[in-house]
Design a protein around this ligand. Structure first.
Ligand SMILES: [Zn+2]
Length: 239
């Protein structure tokens, strides 16, 4: 695994607004505290999210972009990018891999954080089809696309984006986490980030308690003890 001082730039690739906040915002806040530059890349605007029954999602994409931008700010992230793919219809594709590879070459991260591409049979939510598609395409963009100059050669020829090798990937939402981050110190900021998604969680009664219970349980699983909160990842060496 990369040592702390080998992680200077991080790219977090997720399907929807709020995914990064559930999975990694505490870790992101701690990275920011020690000067790591973090970029968020969102594949969709989350325009199919919400609890309205009118099926009129006019303005939803704009609203959710604004909510994600505020959530990012709560954990110190100001570089937030959106690819604008359609929420609910993301599939693994060359087009998506190219879009992600482009941003990897622009940002040149040491570490990428994204969704686990495999179905989690313990919980359904982490395995949304968009999540699995984004996780798989991001791993494909890490290897081989971003590092191989012959993959999408127009990225070099037309956009001047040289190949880049990402050294490590951390996967969120899998059933076999092997790396736990104690995010207790940043938990207030993680909660604030989550609560920035007003259209998604504003109506959920007891939301803060739900979040605390969930991440305290992981801290217990990680062996961090009482009063701690943890985020969990499966690490993949890709260097
Ligand atoms: Zn999601």
């Amino acid at each position: 695994m990369l040592a702390d001082n080998e992680i200077n730039r991080v790219l977090v690739v997720t399907a929807h607004p709020d995914d990064a906040d559930f999975g990694a915002a505490g870790t992101v806040a701690l990275f920011g505290d020690r000067g790591v530059e973090v970029t968020y890349l969102l594949v969709t605007d989350g325009d199919a999210g919400g609890n309205e029954r009118t099926l009129d999602n006019t303005g939803m994409a704009e609203l959710r972009r604004a909510e994600q931008t505020a959530a990012a700010k709560a954990v110190g992230v100001t570089d937030v990018r959106f690819l604008g793919h359609a929420d609910g219809s993301v599939v693994p594709s060359l087009a998506l891999r190219k879009d992600i590879a482009r941003v990897i070459r622009q940002v040149r991260p040491d570490l990428v954080i994204t969704h686990h591409p495999d179905r989690n049979y313990q919980f359904v939510a982490p395995s949304h089809p968009d999540h699995r598609a984004v996780g798989g395409s991001t791993l494909d963009a890490v290897y081989p696309d971003a590092r191989n100059p012959y993959a999408f050669p127009e990225l070099v020829k037309d956009e001047g984006l040289d190949a880049w090798t990402v050294r490590e990937v951390w996967l969120m939402g899998g059933s076999t986490p092997n790396h736990w981050m104690d995010v207790t110190e940043a938990f207030d900021r993680k909660l604030a980030a989550l609560q920035s998604h007003v259209s998604q969680v504003g109506h959920v009664e007891g939301f803060a308690d739900f979040v605390k219970t969930r991440f305290a349980a992981w801290a217990e699983q990680a062996g961090f003890g009482e009063g701690h909160y943890a985020e969990g990842f499966q690490t993949v060496t890709t260097g």
